[in-house]
Design a binder for this molecule. Structure first.
Ligand SMILES: [Zn+2]
Length: 366
């Protein structure tokens, strides 16, 4: 039988992301999927490939990207392919942009389609300007019809880079508007995730039953506790502010750079606290936003969490299994399990100890 049908039996030194499996490190891949693990993989045959000194792990996912920001969708998709990113979630584009289509990957592409935001001066540039509960309900239905896999709300403006703790338009949406979008999205079987910074908007979003918080700067302990209790996903996008702090074009004066450094410090401390409290941290980079190129942005976010003191194991989990679950890809990506895709990376060390090994895999299955 040709090797292609028989499959390929990979024999690395170790497996990362295969839990709860604990047997011998052998993975049989067939027709793009993991067909068996351990003794069963060895028994079923397939062409054997020894991988001494290497660990096999699922390729990481990026749960917060913008396909249309930067040089364009094709360029972005190619950058993720090259970087070995298994799936991305596009969190909002402008109403005139064409609905992104998932080409089957890699990477798999999930999208919120058009973001939903406020009208008037609090309008957000990546969202349709809407007003009133009915408009939000209708817009959520419309995104579901277009093929959205998540509904994205913009419930605040951006951070005030000059004043740490301050947020532009801290309550851009009413509770009724958020609630109406959540109700329609859930009726359509879709989760809702919300761009929100500051306690006011995040508490309101949590009270309305949202599934995820994006950014979530300046939350305070009560919000973090509440997110942990509710099991809400949190994608804290630390690299997005670091990218401004790097200031490659000399845009900022000294006072702003100091304020940006303080914002980064506060968010880093919050992420660490979130880990301690058991918040469902999800890796997402905000790729495409200022000074954050598609592909590499994911590794910058990973590096930022590690610098913040988050344990490598938690970073690994947030980038693989938990990211996949938050994106509706459980069992498909983010783990080495029978039936999952064979989008695996081999690294000269355990990525649960050093997730940045993903930056330079020595072998990849896709
Ligand atoms: Zn974003």
């Amino acid at each position: 039988m040709p090797a292609k049908q028989e499959g390929l039996c990979l024999l690395p030194q170790g497996l990362a992301g295969a839990e709860p499996y604990q047997g011998p490190p052998a993975v049989l891949i067939r027709q793009g999927r993991v067909a068996a693990l351990g003794e069963e993989a060895l028994a079923k045959g397939g062409q054997r490939r020894e991988m001494p000194g290497l660990w096999l792990s699922p390729a990481p996912l990026d749960a917060h990207v913008h396909l249309y920001l930067g040089p364009g969708p094709e360029h972005a998709m190619e950058a993720w392919r090259r970087a070995g990113v298994a799936a991305v979630r596009d969190l909002g584009h402008k109403p005139h942009h064409a609905t992104p289509r998932d080409g089957g990957g890699p990477p798999l592409l999930r999208t919120a389609c058009v973001g939903l935001g406020a009208q008037g001066e609090a309008a957000y540039w990546l969202a349709a300007p809407l007003s009133g509960a009915q408009a939000f309900a209708q817009a959520a239905r419309e995104q579901a019809r277009r093929g959205a896999s998540v509904i994205k709300l913009f419930a605040t403006g951006l951070l005030d880079f000059r004043h740490p703790g301050e947020v532009f338009y801290p309550r851009a949406l009413s509770a009724e508007e958020v609630g109406a979008a959540v109700q329609e999205a859930h009726a359509a079987g879709l989760p809702v995730t919300v761009h929100a910074n500051g306690e006011t908007a995040v508490s309101q979003a949590l009270a309305q039953g949202v599934d995820g918080i994006e950014h979530g700067y300046f939350l305070g302990p009560r919000c973090l506790m509440s997110m942990a209790q509710k099991g809400v996903w949190w994608t804290p996008t630390l690299a997005a502010v670091q990218a401004h702090l790097e200031d490659p074009e000399g845009r900022h004066d000294q006072a702003t750079l100091e304020a940006l450094a303080e914002i980064v410090r506060r968010q880093a401390a919050q992420i660490k606290r979130g880990e301690e409290l058991g918040v469902n941290l999800v890796m997402g980079s905000d790729a495409g936003s200022y000074n954050l190129p598609h592909g590499d942005a994911l590794f910058r976010e990973i590096a930022a969490w590690l610098e913040a003191g988050v344990s490598p194991e938690a970073v690994f989990e947030a980038s693989t299994k938990r990211a996949a679950r938050s994106m509706g890809l459980a069992g498909e990506l983010g783990e080495i399990a029978v039936g999952a895709r064979d989008w695996l990376l081999a690294t000269p060390g355990d990525p649960r100890r050093d997730p940045l090994l993903w930056r330079r895999p020595v072998w990849r299955g896709f």
